[in-house]
Write a protein that binds this ligand. Sequence first.
Ligand code: AMP
Length: 222
Amino acid sequence: MPGASETPAGPDPASADPASAVPASAVPASAVPASTIPASTIPASTARTGIEVADLIRARIRDVPDYPQPGVVFKDITPLLADGAAFAAVVSALAAGHGRIDKVAGIEARGFILAAPVAYALGAGFVPVRKEGKLPGPTYAQSYQLEYGMATVEVHSDAFTPGERVLIIDDVLATGGTAAATAQLVQRGGAQVVAISVLLELGFLDGRAKLPDLEVRSLLGT
Ligand code: AMP
């Protein structure tokens, strides 16, 4: 497997996020039907339709032009996280409709914020997918191409058990490289990627092209 390695490859790079962050443009939205959320996990006040959730997100994502570098429009989710009702609705929607999930894999760093409550809601375990050099134990590592250079993500090599059903969570799907590398790590552990579920998809970058055989769900497309 190109780019694969089983050892941490040196010190933590400057974040992969800035290097992979990209300008936004408009594409049609997709939505997750809130009606598929297991009833036991949803507070009544947060059960909303996919369109309502998309509207909540749209109104609470802040575009930060030229951050972290010129030409990039950074999608800042902190206003969404700061709104308790919106945060709860988004967590419920991300968790919805996947059937049994054994583990939720969150991608560093903002994916952690979303994946941990999703795991809790589903009664599943949480697995951090980290940038290289951050995990203390033996790891699987997967490198992938950025516009300029490479990035690497890692998981503990015992994070997944063969046959486990895994949900991957992140905030933004851009070029798809990070999610594709994460899916490879899950599969390397013998587990099954049930879906990749994100808040926001930058559709013009066609990240789905890097995830051809995987279910990809976004609560909002831009
Ligand atoms: P990619 O591998 O290109 O799909 O990039 C996805 C990762 O980079 C996610 O972990 C995002 O948090 C981050 N990212 C990429 N582009 C942006 C953006 N415009 N705004 C915020 N985060 C981004």
